[in-house]
Design a protein. Structure first.
Length: 201
């Protein structure tokens, strides 16, 4: 039978346990939700944390965040309390009003592309993390479609751009409707995109 140990902190020279990596992951999720990390930084650091072997590899991941890994100072109780913190692909808490406005941000792309999600994104600021995230996702999708469509038309003599153009056209017609329904249900909708132009600083 394996003996479960609770270590007082993450030691730089010792091999990491799953609990150590999970503790740092919770710190990174908290930093992302507070706006200290953008999406790319969060995903890069999280991937590094999950691949780390020694405690020393985790230290740079949280050194500039002003917090210590849960396993180092917060203990098991703090780590458990942080499990409910959402990452970029996890659901955020939302009110019915926020869900409706998020749906408007997605559906508005059929009538006023870019303008509606941009307006909601700017107005939401940090008052509603859920609404801001959905507006940003909708805005990025519209920009992706516009840029992808223009590039595909310019390079139409190649086969791949034509396929991208078809994807953009179909996606533009179908995906905002799916996103609207998902938002009304309170889901954290993410469009399938190759890139995102606007980052949430």
């Amino acid at each position: 039978m394996r003996r479960k140990e609770t270590r007082p902190g993450i030691q730089p020279h010792l091999r990491l346990t799953h609990a150590d990596r999970d503790a740092v992951a919770e710190v990174l999720r908290e930093a992302y939700s507070q706006g200290q990390l953008d999406e790319d930084e969060f995903e890069e650091r999280l991937d590094t944390a999950m691949r780390a072997k020694l405690g020393a590899e985790l230290e740079p991941l949280t050194a500039d965040l002003g917090v210590a890994p849960m396993g180092a100072s917060g203990g098991p109780e703090a780590a458990a309390a942080a499990k409910d913190k959402p990452g970029p692909k996890e659901p955020l808490e939302s009110t019915s009003t926020e869900r409706v406005l998020a749906g408007v941000g997605h559906a508005g792309n059929y009538f006023f592309p870019v303008l509606v999600p941009l307006l909601i994104f700017l107005v939401s600021d940090r008052t509603s993390p859920y609404l801001r995230r959905q507006a940003l996702e909708s805005l990025n999708f519209q920009l992706f479609c516009i840029i992808g469509g223009i590039v595909s038309v310019l390079l139409a003599w190649l086969v791949l751009p034509i396929a991208v153009l078809l994807y953009v056209l179909v996606g533009w017609m179908v995906l905002p409707a799916a996103a609207t329904i998902a938002s009304l249900l309170g889901h954290n909708w993410r469009y399938p995109m190759l890139f995102r132009v606007v980052k949430d600083d």
